[in-house]
Design a protein around this ligand. Structure first.
Ligand code: NAD
Ligand code: DAU
Length: 350
C-alpha cells in the first residue's frame, strides 16, 4: 500500500488534490494533514470523507514533535505539501504567522522526511507546492520561467521563496528526492471568499461594493484549480527529482477586466439587467507593495510532461459562479464568525 501524505488538504487547492488522489488511486492511502485554520474546511471534502483509502489527521506542521511522530508512524512514500498561510493581505498585517507555517512548518516536514526515509530515498518523493509570486513582478512584457531570479516582495511571497530554498537545500545537501512547482493564480469551487474572485461573487450576489485595489490595472494569470490538481498529479508521478516546474494558464487578465466579465456573468445568472452588477465596483486604497503583473511560461511542463490547461477562462468562470450560487450553505458557513471581523478590518476601516 502506497501511503501519501497531503498537507493542507482541507484548503482550497488541497481539497481538489485530495479528491483527485482519493478517486484516481484506490491503491493509495491518502492522509490529509491539516490544522483547520480559518482557511481549512472539512466541508470541502464531504464527498470523499468516508472513502476507504482516506484518513484525515488534524495537526499543525509547526509542531516538530508531532510531525516526526506522524512520519515515524506511517511509512509515507509521497508527501505533497500544500499547507500554508496563503493570503498576501493577511501577510501584510501578520507576517510572523507566515514565517511559522510556511518556513518553519516546511522545514519540520523536510526534517521528518529526511530522518524517517534516511538511507532509503528510492521511490520516495517530497513534492513542494509553491507560487509564481516568488519571482516578483513583471513589467508589461515577459513571463516567468523556471530560471527567473527570485525577487519576492510581500511577506507571503518571501516566506514561500524561503521555503523553496529550504526544499532545494535538502535536495542538494542530503539528497532528499524533491520536486517543486510554482503556479499562477487559481480559481474554482471551494475558494475561500477573502480572495478576489469568490469575494466578488459573494458581494455581487449580496449587492455589496466590489473592492478593487488601486486602479484595477494589476494583471494575474488565472488557472482553473482542477487543472492545477491534474498538473500536481502529473508532476508527482512523472517529474524528475530536483526539478522545478512552472504551472500557468496562459490567461492574463487585468483585475478590472476580470471583474467586468464576472459582473456580466452574474447579471445573466441572477436575471439582472446587463450593467447592474458593475455599478457595485468600488476602487479602494491599493495593497501595499502590490505586484503589477504575473505571467507564467509553462512550456517546460508541456514539453517534458505533456500537461496543458483544459478549460477556457470564460467557461471556467461560469462554472465557478454556478458552484457558488448552488452552494449557499457552504458560503454561509465560511462567511459567518471570524470572516465578518476580517472583512471589517480589511475593507470598512480602510
Ligand atoms: P488555503 O489558504 O486555501 O489553504 C491552506 C490550508 O493549509 C488550509 O486548509 C489550512 O488549514 C492549512 N494550514 C495552514 N496552516 C497550517 C499549519 N500550520 N499546519 C497544518 N495545516 C495548515 O491555500 P490554497 O490557496 O489552497 O493554497 C495551497 C498551496 O498552494 C499553498 O502552499 C499556496 O502557497 C500554494 N499556491 C496557491 C495558489 C492560489 O492561487 N491559491 C497559487 C499557487 C500556489
Ligand atoms: O499568484 C499566485 C498567488 O495567487 C498565490 O500564491 C496566493 O496564495 C493567492 O492568494 C493568489 O495571490 P493574489 O494576491 O494574486 O490573490 P488575491 O485573490 O488576493 O488578489 C488577486 C488580485 O486582486 C490582486 O492583484 C489583488 C486584487 N484584489 C484582491 C482582493 C482580495 C483586489 O483588487 N481586491 C480585493 O478585495
Amino acid at each position: 500500500m502506497i501511503k501519501v501524505l497531503i498537507t493542507g488538504g482541507a484548503g482550497f487547492i488541497g481539497s481538489h488534490v485530495v479528491r483527485r488522489m482519493v478517486n484516481s488511486y484506490p491503491q493509495y492511502h491518502i492522509f490529509n494533514l491539516d490544522a483547520l485554520t480559518y482557511a481549512g474546511n472539512l466541508e470541502n471534502l464531504k464527498d470523499v470523507a468516508s472513502a476507504a483509502n482516506y484518513t484525515f489527521v488534524k495537526g499543525d506542521i509547526t509542531d516538530a514533535a508531532f510531525v516526526q511522530n506522524l512520519f515515524a508512524q506511517h511509512d509515507f512514500t509521497y508527501v505533497i505539501h500544500l499547507a500554508a498561510e496563503s493570503h498576501v493581505d493577511r501577510s501584510i498585517s501578520n507576517p510572523i504567522a507566515f514565517v511559522m507555517t510556511n518556513v518553519v512548518g516546511t522545514v519540520n516536514l523536510l526534517n521528518a522526511a529526511k530522518h524517517v526515509w534516511s538511507g532509503s530515498f528510492e521511490g520516495r518523493r517530497f513534492y513542494h507546492v509553491s507560487t509564481d509570486e516568488v519571482y516578483g513582478a513583471l513589467g508589461e512584457t515577459g513571463m516567468f520561467t523556471e530560471e527567473t531570479k527570485y525577487d519576492p516582495h510581500s511577506p507571503y511571497s518571501a516566506s514561500k521563496a524561503s521555503s523553496d530554498h529550504f526544499v532545494r537545500a535538502y535536495h542538494d545537501t542530503y539528497g532528499l528526492p524533491v520536486v517543486i512547482s510554482n503556479c499562477s493564480n487559481n480559481y474554482g469551487s471551494h475558494h475561500f471568499p477573502e480572495k478576489l474572485i469568490p469575494l466578488a461573487i459573494h458581494n455581487i450576489k449580496n449587492n455589496k461594493p466590489i473592492p478593487v485595489y488601486g486602479k484595477g490595472e494589476n494583471v494575474r494569470d488565472w488557472l482553473w484549480v482542477e487543472d492545477h490538481a491534474r498538473a500536481i498529479d502529473v508532476i508527482l508521478h512523472k517529474g524528475k527529482n530536483g526539478e522545478t516546474y512552472n504551472i500557468g494558464g496562459h490567461n492574463e487578465w487585468k483585475n478590472i477586466d476580470l471583474i467586468h466579465l464576472l459582473c456580466k456573468i452574474m447579471d445573466k445568472k441572477l436575471g439582472r439587467a446587463q450593467g447592474e452588477s458593475a455599478k457595485l465596483i468600488t476602487f479602494v486604497k491599493d495593497r501595499a507593495g502590490h505586484d503589477m503583473r504575473y505571467a507564467i511560461d509553462a512550456t517546460k511542463l508541456k514539453s517534458d510532461l505533456g500537461w496543458v490547461p483544459s478549460l477556457q477562462f470564460e467557461e471556467g468562470l461560469e462554472k465557478t459562479v454556478d458552484w457558488y450560487l448552488s452552494n449557499q450553505e457552504w458560503l454561509d458557513h465560511v462567511t459567518s464568525g471570524e470572516y465578518k471581523k476580517y472583512y471589517t478590518d480589511q475593507y470598512e476601516k480602510r
